[in-house]
Design a protein around this ligand. Sequence first.
Ligand SMILES: *Cc1c(COP(=O)(O)O)cnc(C)c1O
Length: 388
Amino acid sequence: MRDATRLINSGHDAGLPGRATRTVQPPLQRGSTVLFETYEDLVQAGEGHYDGITYGTDRLPSQRLFEEAMRDLENGSLTRAFQSGISAIAHTLLAFTRSGDHVLLCDNVYGPTALYCREILSRFGIESTAIPPNAGADIAEHVRPDTRMIFLESPGSNTFEIQDIRAITKLARSRGIRTVLDNTWATPLYLDPFALGVDLSIQSVTKYISGHSDVLLGTVTAQADCARELEDYYRISELFAAPEDCHLALRGLRTLPVRLRQHEQSALRLARWLAGHDQVDQVLHPALPSHPEHDLWKRDFRGSSGLFAFTLKREPEEERLAAFMNSLECFGMGFSWGGFKSLANIAHIQRSLPSRYADRTLVRLSIGLEDPEDLQEDLEHGLTCLSR
Ligand SMILES: *Cc1c(COP(=O)(O)O)cnc(C)c1O
């Protein structure tokens, strides 16, 4: 063989001597073309009868292993991975609605979810309207004859209102309406969507599941009734998720329980401390008894994660807010959350319905895995800069 041919045919694992190597974590496998052993296999693949993976868009092993681990964790029927959380959300909205359908959207939903409904779904004749962020049995007032889907996020990731998911899914079931839950805050460890009657459970894997702020990925998990529709939509659209990201997300999943426990403990400690601080008005954290839907949290959730917010007794001027944010040393400034590093952000919310937080400055904290003592000192110093 000549050089160019040798370079193409060498370096394959079949060329290694001795036994096959099995590492603890499955290897990352990326690719477009999958090679078949025989012509007969190739023909079968072309006809759709081959029992192996046929192509890169046919979900390579790195993707399938991650999806199976998520499906198992969620106790669902089928999981599919998407290139980001918002991609998982957008495709769920498209896959399960038709022209002429109506979608109800809880008003505290992730901003880009509402934007997608308003700007993209509306083009296909799918109307969406808002329901209160703490909706429950009152959902009946909002449901119309053409309502096909109710999209929930509980708690919402800026203002942390909680919906009565059981009451909503009960009514939805009786009317043949699909319910979707963006369960990114609690993860399947702290809230079990299918036990509450939800049809489709969404995770922004970008947050706690990958956990290291180096992956963008989302998942949709379906219960049995919706599995086929999701599977067909995904296959026909030839969607897939990047193998590296799935590989990293699977690695993240291994340590999710211990990380989440630490996020929970540190966040609770800081939330309680902030609740007693004389500059702080309200701490928006579902596990605090002062939270308006704390009873629902106690009923449905098994824990709380590391993301919460607080308001200030005196609405700060922009310049003081800047002094606070710029003084922070442990907390980074940036979008997203759920990683090992603590982050601070300022939220001014935009809602369709009136909200008690409409004109308030919300300081949102994602509590990472640092020593909480350092985080508290950082915030304490920051708050003195705020009041100066
Ligand atoms: C971040 C986030 C998303 C979107 O996830 P990406 O992977 O960043 O697209 C969706 N829902 C919630 C609640 C989020 O916080």
